[in-house]
Structure formats: structure tokens, C-alpha cells
Design a protein around this ligand. Sequence first.
Ligand code: NAD
Length: 441
Amino acid sequence: MKVTVFGVGYVGLVQGAVLAEVGHKVVCVDVDQSKVDFLNKGGVPIYEPGLEPLVKTNLEAGRLSFTTDAKAGVEHGDVIFIAVGTPPDEDGSADLKYVLEVAGSIAEHAQKHKIVINKSTVPVGTADKVRNKLKQVRRCEQASFDVVSNPEFLKEGAAVSDCMRPDRIILGTDSDIAEKTLRELYAPFNRNHDKIIVMDIRSAELTKYAANCMLATKISFMNEMSNLAERFGADIENVRRGIGSDARIGYQFIYAGCGYGGSCFPKDVQALVRSANSAGYRARILEAVESVNYAQKEKLFEYIYRHFEGDLEGRTIALWGLSFKPNTDDMREASSRVLMEKLWQAGAKVQAFDPKAMDETQRIYGHRDDLQLLGTKESALSGADALVVCTEWQMFKAPDFELIKERLTAPVIFDGRNLYEPDQLSAMGIQYYGIGRGKSL
Ligand code: NAD
């Protein structure tokens, strides 16, 4: 099938590469010339496990190509994905500028029927706006459109495998032809059992927000419990195991920590709060999810500040983990950023290490005297007054504690992801602060 994908970010690039891998002919369009040039040379501008070889093989096989030429893109695809960003507007609602720009391009260049699939996360009612845009801008009489909502559920860090083996494929459509075509397009990913769930467009649009908001709620709920655990002298890790054993609750996604980040949860919770407001409803749970998370991201700094009795001027803090979660280089809304910025404000220096996100950190913060990016996790420790862990990369899970003790000026660990055992560390003479582990206050 001939497919065009607008937007070569985390979603569009992975989706394009995966569709090419199963044999579809995919053209990816992006407005960012440097990204397109880099991709056409076989480079991949983001880190995502398994993505680079996938892009390379399919580029070489001629099934995948990249261009900034929207006209050529529209001419190519019978099926056209919109996978551009929907960043928060000034008031937190989703900005549809890029989505509608792409809809305008499609309408301008289409010469025949096109199935326009919205993969970006967009508020309920966006399909209607896309449809109106297509109608307004359409130039050619032969051009007609079906608009489908097909939200994306991939997880950064596992995006390729999530797209290859999706849990579900949501199709919001009122068109039999579009449904049939998309069933064909996705057939290679739908062999084991039928994962396609067809519904009306508005429900599909809301499903995406409901999924992300539910996940964010689980995290904020556990963080709220961890704050109680701290005050009551309980250990949130015991509580987690205790409640997770109930099949109605389950073990998945109930870890307390230093807050959620990334390009999706913060913006999607905010956007649904704003959409709810404009529909005359106050989404109280989601407001609370957001404010708990906001406070949670400041937690590590509060521990550190208290531990050093407010005296952070001239101190050096070793930081392990910069990306918002493991297996990605994405730093958007990462907890590490809140921590570093507060440490800098308080006059401390940061010596950081991350297996993948150091280039991105450099890009965001540039060169500054109070940030040093070190080549290994061990070198980040040298001469530091404390170690802080912000991201649960595998390589941080079983470190050499003796070495940590040796390299820090005084052994203290602030563990934002509850990777370590407080009793083990205290037996080794290392002071330990976890999230909600009884003695952290
Ligand atoms: P991104 O910021 O990584 O990439 C967006 C891309 O769109 C950029 O390369 C940008 O240059 C391009 N673009 C902007 N305007 C364009 C235009 N007119 N024509 C062509 N390209 C254009 O974004 P992302 O993380 O891939 O997210 C895309 C959408 O998918 C968002 O709505 C997001 O909420 C949603 N989503 C993201 C994830 C995720 O984990 N990142 C998961 C599910 C859904």
C-alpha cells in the first residue's frame, strides 16, 4: 500500500519505518530540512531501540524515503498519516496549528480520494476541524477525503516493538471503505488475534486522552501514597507489593518516584483539563494529578536542601539519569531538569551522566560552568557531595556501592526511583533517601 506520513518525530518516524518493514511503500514528509537530510543519509535523529537498523534497511530497499516536499508526499499516499506535534498552547490546551497546516497541505495537493488518518494526540472534535479544513482548501474536484482517528499508544523507549506488536489498534471512523483499507494496512500487525477496535471518531479521540490520564493518575496516586508513607513511617515499596497483588489493581505502573515527565503525560493531562473546562466541566481528579506531579518533581531538591541544611552554595551533586525515562534520549519535561535548575539556583554544581541523553542535555542547556557531563557513571561521582538518581536505567540498578562511598566526599544517595534497599545501604554506612520510604523526612 502507498502510505505517506507527515511528521518524522517519535511517532511518525517509527510508524513510517515499521510500515515500510512489512512491505508498504512509505514517504515521510517533514518541514525540518536538517532532519530530512540526516535521515536520507541513513542517520536517525532520535534514540529509540531498534530504530536505526530499521530505517537504514528500508531506506536502502527503497520502501522508505524522506522529503520536505508536501506535494510529492500527498501525491504518493492513498493513506496519509498526520503525526505532527500537538504542543500545549499558552493556556495548556492542545495547539492544533501543525495538524491543521498538514490538513491544508493535503487538501491543496490532493487530486483524488485520500484517507487522512490522525495519529497525533488531539482533543475531541479535531476530526471535524480537519474535515472542515480539507473542505475549505480543496482545489481539485476529484479530491475527496475520509478522516480517521487512529491514536498512537507507543511508549518511548519501546516504540518499535510497540508498533510491531501493538496491544490494540483503535480506529475511529464512520466510513466502511476507510475501515477496510486500514484493516488491510494493519493486517501484518494483527495476525495473532484481532486487536482492531472500531468505534466512532469522538470516542477514539477521547480514548487516547483517557489512557494517558489513567496512567498519569496511577503515578500521582502512588506518589500521594508515598507522601503519606513518609509521614506515617511506612515504606511505599511494601505498600506497592501489597496492593499490586490484588488482580484488580495489578503491579503495572504503580511505582512511586520523582514525578512523571515526557512529551505526553504532562501535556495530555493539561489538555484534557482545558477541554473539560471548555465543555463546562471541572476535571477535579485530573487537576489533582497535575498538581501532585508538579510537587513531586521538586521532592528530590527538597530532600537535598534539607539534608545540607540549605547550604548548597558551591556543593557538587552527582546526577545519574537525565532522560525522562529509561531507553530514550527525550528530555521533555524530565524531572532531572526541575532538579538541575533548582540546584543551579541554589548555587550548586551538577556532574551528570546519562547513557543516551547527554547530547540532548547539551543542546538544551549549552555550555555552563555549573554543569559537567561525564563519560561514565563512575566519573560523575568524583568529588561530589551526594549522588542523585533521576532515571531508572538498568545500568544504575546494581552499582558498586563501595566505589560510590569512596568517590563521594560523604556517602549519601538520593534515590528518585527507589532502586536501592535502604537497609542494605545503611548497613554499608551510606545515608539513603528514597521516595516514601519511611525515614526520608
Ligand atoms: P515530535 O515533536 O517528536 O515530532 C513532530 C514532527 O512534526 C517534527 O519533526 C516536526 O518538524 C514535524 N512537523 C511539524 N509541522 C509539520 C508539517 N506541517 N509538516 C510536516 N511535518 C511537520 O512529536 P512526537 O513525539 O512524534 O508526537 C507527535 C504526536 O503524537 C503528538 O500529538 C503526540 O502527543 C503524539 N504521541 C506521542 C507519543 C510519544 O511517545 N512521543 C506517543 C503517542 C502519541
